[in-house]
Design a protein around this ligand. Structure first.
Ligand SMILES: Cc1cc2nc3c(=O)[nH]c(=O)nc-3n(C[C@H](O)[C@H](O)[C@H](O)COP(=O)(O)O)c2cc1C
Length: 205
């Protein structure tokens, strides 16, 4: 799908065809495309919990203000941001060392910079997790559309409840959820609401 078409065609599909599944293979391909999303120092401070089983869906439904799409969708992704993704134990640092031909000084410098930029306050840690994982979320919705798979992002959810019930670590934050599936065309989606354009939202300084 052309990029311009993709952006204009993507909708948050409130009504999901509950009888149409999504194969694990397609899900994998969508995620493996979406992870081309940029991230700070390429640290990829995120993980994804794919909620597919009926029990897990019911649990997430309760933690999503009973939004029906969680029950209807073949899968809903919990996008988890890692507030400590700059730390030494992120395997990306080892990959970085290999990618820069073993230049340890460079990697040590990058680690120190990342620790300062993203780990020096709770606010910075949360911004780091949420900004990177949020970009991944958009990439997933765009990648899904390229596979003709529809999506619905949600943040009207119980973040603390999800953290607890889906066993997130202390250093992690649930950032948003995204239902994936196919629009149930028998139910009418409200018309797409207009956007505020450049002249209203942008300034050139
Ligand atoms: C971060 C985020 C959180 C959202 N949370 C919810 C939600 O909890 N429930 C819901 O019905 N829609 C949610 N939406 C969907 C928006 O309402 C929707 O994107 C917006 O109205 C524009 O419609 P469109 O995506 O069809 O263009 C969310 C969207 C985003 C980006």
């Amino acid at each position: 799908m052309e990029t311009k078409e993709l952006f204009s065609e993507r909708r948050s599909i409130t009504f999901i065809d509950k009888d149409r599944g999504l194969s694990d293979q397609t899900l994998k391909e969508i995620i493996n495309l979406a992870v081309m999303a940029p991230s700070a120092f390429n640290l990829q401070p995120w993980r994804i919990i794919a909620v597919k089983t009926e029990d897990s869906k019911k649990k997430l439904f309760e933690l999503s203000n009973k939004q029906d799409k969680v029950l209807e969708a073949p899968v809903t992704l919990i996008i988890v941001g890692n507030k400590e993704g700059y730390a030494n134990n992120n395997p990306v640092w080892d990959e970085m060392l290999r990618s820069v031909g073993g230049n340890e000084e460079m990697v040590v410098g990058a680690k120190q910079a990342a620790l300062f930029l993203y780990g020096s306050s709770d606010e910075r840690k949360l911004k780091f997790a949420e900004s990177n994982a949020g970009i991944l979320g958009m990439a997933i919705m765009v990648a899904a559309k390229d596979y003709d798979v529809d999506s619905h992002p949600m943040s009207g959810i119980d973040f603390d409840g999800i953290h607890k019930e889906f066993n997130l670590n202390d250093g992690e934050a649930a950032v948003m959820t995204i239902s994936l599936g196919y629009y149930d065309k028998s139910r009418k989606l409200y018309p797409r609401r207009p956007r505020r354009l450049f002249n209203e939202i942008a300034s050139i300084v």
